[in-house]
Structure formats: C-alpha cells, structure tokens
Design a binder for this molecule. Sequence first.
Ligand code: SAH
Length: 346
Amino acid sequence: MMTSIFEYPKQELQLDLVAHGFKKYLAEQIFDWIYVKNIYSFDEMTNISKPDRIKLQEHYTIEPLKIAVQQQSKDGTVKFLFELADGYKIETVLMPQNYGNSVCVTTQVGCNMACTFCASGLLKKTRNLSTAEITQQVMMVNRYLATVGERVSHIVVMGIGEPLDNFENVINFVNIINDPKGYQIGARHITISTCGLIPKIKQFADLKIQVNLAISLHAPNNSIRNQLMPINKAYPVEKLIDAVRYYIEQTNRRVTFEYILIDDVNDSRETALELAKLIRGINAYVNLIPYNTVAENSYCRSTKINQFFETLQQQKINCIVRREFGHDIDAACGQLRAKNEGIIRK
Ligand code: SAH
C-alpha cells in the first residue's frame, strides 16, 4: 500500500524508511525538500540517489491536494476548497495578520458535535482526516504563499470538525509542522480548539506540549450550554472547568475561552457576571466572538457586545473581542461549510 509522505512526523518516517530498506537519514533530506524547499516530486530531490528516488516513488505518494475552488476576500483572506482522493471536499482559510500568516485547518469531513449555532455540524461526520490530509492543507497554503515570498507562521485548528475527536492524527500533524527542520511552526503559534471533550483534554494535558488550547465555552452554566452544545450533557461546565484546571497544572499554559455572543441567549450582564465568577482565578483569557449568523437557525448576533466586554473588564477578567475575517466570502468563523451540500459531498 502506498502511503502519503505527508503522513509522517520525522521519527515515524525514519522508522518507515528503515523498514523499507532505506537509510534513516533520508527522512531529514525529504523533510528539507518538501517542507523547506516546497518541492513535491521525488525526482527533483537531487541529493538522493536515483535508485532511491525510484524506490521512494514505489512506496510513497507526494501529490498535492486538488484545488476545487479558491476565493480571495477584500481583507486578504483566502479560502481554499480542496478535493480529497475519495471526492470529499474540505475547506482551509488563510488569514494574513500583522504578525504573520495564520491558517485555519479542518480536521474532519463534517462534524458530530451538533452545536446548534454552528453551520459545520449540519453535515454529520463522514470520516476523520488523515494526518497527511491535515498537513497538506498547510502545504498547499505554503505553496501559494511561496509565490510572494511568504510562509505560514500560525495555525489555528478551528476549521470543520472536532480536533480532539481525531486526536492521534492531529497530534501527528502538530509534530510535523512543529519540526525544527521542516515548517518550524512553533508550538506557541499553534492553537487547538475544542468543544470540551474532557477525557481528551486530560490526555492532551498529559502530553505536556506547549501548543495553545482554546475551549469553546459559550456559556457559563449548564442550562444555556446544554441548549447550544449537546456535548455539554456528557461533559458539563463544572467538570469542563476542572479539566481546564488540570490542563493548566500539567502544562503551565494559559488557556483561551472562546465565547460567541448570541442575541438574548448568552449575552446579558448577569451572564457576563456568572462567567466572571466561573473562571475567576484561572490562568485564561476570554475571546469574545461576534456571532456569524447562518441561514439554517434563528440565532442573531448580539447587540450587547460592548456591555459584555466591559462587564468582564470591570470584573478584571482578561478579554478581547475577536477581529473578523473573510465575511464577504463566507470564510468567517463557523461558516466553513459549502453553501450547498453537493459541494462537500462526493
Ligand atoms: N470543534 C472545535 C473547533 C471548530 S469550531 C470547537 O468546537 O472548538 C471553531 C470555533 O468557531 C468554535 O469556538 C465554534 O464554537 C465557533 N463557531 C462555530 N460557529 C460559529 C458562528 N456561526 N459564529 C461564530 N463562531 C462560531
């Protein structure tokens, strides 16, 4: 069976190469060609012997993803729709920032978390993305950026899917892009966002890696959170907060709480006070996100964003209001879903 070369963190690639009779050091050369030099053909890897190059082609695929659609927003955001080998389509968004180029990657085809406000969950999960398919999203954006002499510097794992529901592949992906002889994207430049899968948060904490963790909190109590996020019935708020404390103990990292503000659902002053009380003393900051309306539900954007922000500030809670990107091309947060199902399905 041929495997994609983008599937392997360096150590795994070394093991696989040796198992196929290659020398271990080839891994370093291959990483340099694909992740540093943006070369995607074994033939062009001129410091590798011809027989080895031919043999590599017999064992590994190296093809890039197929671009189905590429859209550019007025604010510089670029949305890519990629077609996978089995015909499913996934979305990736490039957001140029003043500190670098941030890319939002997708981890699953569809999502099973069924958050009631989110457009992604309208398509149930069909399958996890492989490590290679997640890595290739970054590779494709890097290939695009190379034409203007730039590269991807930051990753947010906030596209379609629940990353911690595809744990192993997401961690392998992190190891690949974090490799100092590859893309060199520092752990602190990588953010993984979760709806709150408690056992996986603990597993993630135990890895003690320096990647940023963002928690999609969206409500300070179970009655509101149950309405918004069905996963809360399995993993309620107070237990989630315990898991966050555990994560901080293990890693010493500050966490981010994401909080979308929805009109008359989770945006009252009382709710802000309740949120402040819930997270007081935790090493965290709150990222307030103006809700992006989606056609399939009746939620609206809050009209009290400033009041909510100011209430948290008065309560001495660290918080910011998140900038929006790509509104005009439906690339804004939570809209990473093709308008009609036919686009994503085969
Ligand atoms: N499953 C993961 C990551 C994907 S969602 C998670 O839940 O965190 C990335 C972020 O976008 C989450 O915080 C999610 O709640 C938010 N989001 C989803 N739909 C949104 C919308 N319509 N407007 C604003 N944010 C949204």
